[in-house]
Design a protein around this ligand. Structure first.
Ligand SMILES: C[C@@](CO)(OP(=O)(O)O)[C@H](O)COP(=O)(O)OP(=O)(O)OC[C@H]1O[C@@H](n2ccc(N)nc2=O)[C@H](O)[C@@H]1O
Ligand SMILES: Nc1ncnc2c1ncn2[C@@H]1O[C@H](COP(=O)(O)OP(=O)(O)O)[C@@H](O)[C@H]1O
Length: 286
């Protein structure tokens, strides 16, 4: 009798864009970015159970996401096609990250699926190959495969590992959902920021960092402007990605918890630690 392969539970961490500049627009409409991605210890958890057939099943669907649109299913199917494997998997999702909040949860789920199934199905694909596959699912997937804080250019796929400070963050979800395509289509979006070097971005540090999407997002979504104004009273605050979440950094867990507790009276809020390496890579012993 063949030995049973045990289920594999892996984290899918969130990210923050510590800064995000839009430096151009490509022919295909996608925008050229310069951004500092930092992973944080707020995670979804995916459990992968091997199957005897080639089906891909989810034990729980996500509200508003059809089975075949789920990035976990799409990532697993993509890996089957790319590798030619006939192996299948049953996936259980513990969803903690808000969807469409700029924390990259969907992209991170896709990356954890690619990395996890490459391991479970013993496919031996390199991280570079997995990142390239992942990019076809979303611009943020490669950084989660890469598994390290990174300076990113292009649409977010040209990655250079960096080591950032690891403060405690207060993350707030202002309760509205932002359409990423709508923000990128807004005629008033700043898309001509002067490109800077990575060294310059790191040298200036947090006081010089900004998010070029912020002005448009605040104008279109007053509850986000309100939450940003509130958090800014406690520490310099910024939007992550195209929102809706915003964040501020604190030196101590205690200080972050105190602010998160106050924020919790109005909005969903979390305290999360900034990381430089992904808990996904840590879990697989890389
Ligand atoms: C801008 C970022 C920064 O992290 O925002 P968040 O989504 O995390 O908030 C991401 O790169 C987003 O990545 P992701 O959410 O995976 O975007 P995708 O699904 O690839 O693209 C959604 C839509 O946004 C627009 N888009 C996205 C990325 C980009 N560099 N330029 C764009 O113009 C395109 O219209 C695209 O159709
Ligand atoms: N497994 C998944 N987890 C989260 N969102 C998913 C997933 N699969 C598909 N989606 C879709 O992707 C969208 C973007 O999700 P997410 O990555 O969490 O947000 P953002 O790109 O704003 O950080 C969601 O609104 C949802 O419709």
């Amino acid at each position: 009798m063949p030995a049973t392969i045990p289920a594999l539970t892996l984290p899918a961490p969130a990210k923050l864009n510590r800064m995000l500049h839009i430096v151009g627009r490509r022919q295909d409409g996608y925008h050229e970015l310069q951004t500092l991605f930092q992973l944080i210890d707020l995670c979804d958890y995916l459990t992968f159970m091997p199957r005897n057939d080639s089906a891909i099943t989810l034990s729980n669907d996500l509200s508003g996401v059809a089975h075949n649109d789920n990035l976990i299913v799409r990532a697993a199917q993509l890996l089957q096609q790319a590798s030619g494997t006939h192996q299948g998997v049953s996936v259980t999702i513990e969803k903690n990250l808000p969807m469409g909040g700029g924390l990259g949860g969907g992209s991170s789920n896709a990356a954890t699926t690619l990395v996890g199934l490459n391991h479970l199905w013993k496919l031996g694909l390199s991280n570079a190959t997995l990142a390239k596959l992942g990019l076809t699912l979303g611009a943020d997937v490669p950084v989660f495969v890469h598994g390290h804080s990174a300076w990113a250019e292009g649409v977010g796929e040209k990655l250079t590992s960096v080591t950032l400070d690891t403060p405690w963050f207060v993350v707030i979800h202002p309760g509205v959902s932002v359409s990423t395509p709508a923000i990128f289509q807004d005629p008033e979006l700043t898309r001509d920021s002067l490109p800077i070097t990575m060294a310059r971005a790191l040298q200036g540090g947090a006081p010089e960092w900004r998010n070029d999407c912020e002005a448009i997002v605040k104008r279109r979504y007053p509850p986000i402007a309100e939450a940003l104004n509130w958090l800014t009273q406690h520490a310099p605050s910024r939007l992550t990605g195209t929102g809706a979440c915003l964040f501020a950094a604190f030196d101590s867990q205690l200080a972050a918890q105190a602010v998160a507790q106050m924020a919790g009276q109005h909005w969903y809020s979390w305290v999360a630690r900034g990381l430089n390496t992904s808990p996904l890579q840590d879990a697989l012993g890389r």
